[in-house]
Design a binder for this molecule. Structure first.
Ligand code: ZN
Length: 455
C-alpha cells in the first residue's frame, strides 16, 4: 500500500500554523484525518513546513506560448489592444496537440511553484477554419488531458463568446475560433460532464460584458447546475468601462450586480476599475475578485482597490492569466507592492485579526481561489483534497525561522523557489523541485514551440 500520511513539524491549518501534525488521506486523495499533537516517528514521511497548495484562479493556458514575446515597442502607443492583436494571431494557429503540450508545460511550472489547482478560462474552442472539431469539446479535453498528465486539479470553464463589442457587434474573422452561442457552451458543459470528478470540475465563463449580452448571461446562469462556478472578465480596461457606459448607461460591475445574479458562485476577474459603491457591491455579493497582478502589470491595466475591498470584507484570489509569471509568490508580492507604490505606504494587506501580511495574503488567496474553483481545496482539513506544499527548510532564508515568519519570508525575500515537494490528491508529483514527468513534458513543449515560432 502506498504511504498515505505525512508528519508536519509545522502545518498551516485553517486556524494558522500548528506544530506536530500528522495528515492522513485516502486512496481517492481526500484528507481523512488531521492528527494534532502527533509524535514524530523515525521511519515516516516528514517535513518541517507544510502548507495547502494554491489555486491559480485564472488561466488562458495557450498564452503561455507567447509570454515574453510582446515586450518590444511598436510605432504607435502600445496598449492592451495591440497586445491582443498579437495574441489573436498566435491563437489562430494552435492545434489540439499543441495546446496540450503548452498547457502541460504551464501546469507543470505552476505545480513546481506551488499552485495545485487551476481554473482554465478556455475560449480556443473551434478548429483553425472556424468550424467545430468532430468533438466540439476537443480543445477543452486536450487541456484537461494536460491537467491529468501533470496532476494539477482543474476547473474547466468553457467561454461564452458571441460578440466583438457592446451592442452585439459581430465577431471578426480573427475571432472565429472563439465563437460560441449559449447553446454551444451548454453543449460543451454537457459533453464535458463525464470528466467531472474530485480533480476536475466544469463551470462556465461568459467572456466579458463586451462578448456576452446580459440576456445570454441570464440564460447560461439559468441552465447551469447550481453548484457550478461562473467566471467573467469584468472591468480590466478604462476603455471597456467607457464603452459599457456608452452602450448601457452603467459601469460593468454595476451592470452585472444589477442583474441580481452575482453570488458566491461567481469570480469577477480583473475588477480593476471600480467605484467605491462597486467595491462594496462585490464584497457584499460574496463573489471572489480574481486579481492577476503580473498580467495586469504587464498589460498596464491599473490597480485593484485592495484596502477598501479588504475593509468591506471582500474575497479575493490570484491568477496568472497570460502566464508572464507562473509563481504565486510573484502574484502576491506584486499585489502588495502595487498597493504600496500606489498609496506610498507599507503593510497594506492585513486586518486586525491577521497583521502578518504574508499570512493574510496566502490565506485569503487560498480561500478565494478555492471558492472560485468550485472544488474542495485550499485547506488542510478533513474532506479536502490532500494538496500540500513542503518548503525547503534547508534554504538559508528559512534556517532557524519560527513558523509565523515563514510566509513573510517566502513571499517577500528573494527569488529562489522555496517549494521543495508538492503533493496533489495525496500523490507526490514534485520532488526536490522536479516534476515527476518534467523531462518528457518539457521536450514536447520545446518541439511545439519550435514549430509555433517558425510561423
Ligand atoms: Zn483573462
Amino acid at each position: 500500500m502506498s504511504q498515505r500520511s505525512l508528519f508536519a513539524a509545522n502545518a498551516y491549518l485553517p486556524q494558522g500554523w500548528t506544530c506536530n501534525v500528522r495528515l492522513h488521506w485516502n486512496a481517492d486523495g481526500a484528507l481523512t484525518e488531521i492528527e494534532l499533537s502527533a509524535q514524530r516517528q523515525a521511519n515516516e514521511a516528514q517535513a518541517e513546513f507544510v502548507l495547502p497548495g494554491m489555486t491559480n484562479l485564472h488561466s488562458h493556458a495557450f498564452q503561455r506560448a507567447m509570454a515574453g514575446m510582446t515586450e518590444m515597442a511598436g510605432e504607435s502607443k502600445d496598449s492592451f489592444w495591440t497586445w491582443r492583436d498579437l495574441m489573436y494571431r498566435y491563437a489562430l494557429h494552435i492545434t489540439p496537440e499543441q495546446i496540450q503540450a503548452i498547457a502541460a508545460q504551464l501546469y507543470m511550472e505552476c505545480l513546481r511553484q506551488g499552485y495545485t489547482s487551476v481554473c482554465e478560462f478556455h475560449y480556443l474552442h473551434r478548429a483553425i477554419d472556424g468550424n467545430w472539431y468532430a468533438r466540439p469539446e476537443e480543445m477543452a479535453l486536450r487541456v484537461i488531458s494536460a491537467a491529468k498528465q501533470t496532476g494539477i486539479g482543474v476547473t474547466m470553464l468553457p467561454v461564452l463568446y458571441s460578440y466583438a463589442d457592446f451592442n452585439a457587434q459581430p465577431l471578426r474573422h480573427d475571432q472565429r475560433r472563439f465563437t460560441t452561442s449559449v447553446d454551444d457552451v451548454l453543449t460543451l458543459v454537457d459533453n464535458l460532464a463525464p470528466e467531472r470528478n474530485a480533480q476536475v470540475e466544469v463551470g462556465v465563463a461568459p467572456h466579458s460584458l463586451r462578448a456576452a449580452s446580459i440576456d445570454q448571461i441570464r440564460a447560461v446562469h439559468a441552465a447551469l447546475p447550481t453548484n457550478r462556478p461562473l467566471h467573467i472578465h469584468i472591468a480590466e480596461q478604462t476603455k471597456e468601462v467607457d464603452a459599457c457606459i456608452a452602450a448601457t448607461g452603467k459601469r460593468p460591475v454595476e451592470l452585472l450586480l444589477d442583474t441580481g445574479l452575482v453570488d458566491q458562485r461567481w469570480c469577477l476577474v480583473h475588477a480593476t476599475h471600480l467605484t467605491k459603491t462597486e467595491v462594496q457591491g462585490i464584497a457584499a455579493s460574496g463573489a471572489v475578485a480574481g486579481i492577476c497582478t503580473t498580467t495586469e502589470g504587464n498589460l498596464g491595466d491599473g490597480f485593484f482597490d485592495l484596502p477598501d475591498y479588504i475593509a468591506a470584507g471582500g474575497r479575493f484570489g490570484i491568477g496568472s492569466d497570460s502566464h508572464v509569471s507562473q509563481s504565486p509568490v510573484e502574484e502576491l508580492r506584486w499585489l502588495e507592492y502595487g498597493q504600496r507604490l500606489r498609496l506610498q505606504g507599507r503593510n497594506i494587506a492585513n486586518t486586525a485579526d491577521q497583521r502578518q501580511v504574508g499570512d493574510f495574503l496566502w490565506q485569503q488567496a487560498l480561500l478565494g481561489g478555492a471558492q472560485a474553483s468550485g472544488r474542495q481545496v485550499g485547506q488542510l482539513a478533513r474532506g479536502y483534497r490532500a494538496d500540500m506544499l513542503i518548503l525547503n527548510d534547508h534554504h538559508p532564508n528559512l534556517a532557524g525561522l519560527t513558523s509565523n515568519a515563514v510566509l513573510n519570508t517566502w513571499l517577500f525575500a528573494g527569488n529562489d523557489n522555496l517549494v521543495r515537494d508538492v503533493y496533489v490528491a495525496g500523490k507526490r508529483i514534485v520532488q526536490d523541485g522536479r516534476h515527476v514527468a518534467q523531462t518528457e513534458i518539457q521536450q514536447a513543449y520545446v518541439d511545439c514551440m519550435r514549430n509555433l515560432r517558425a510561423l
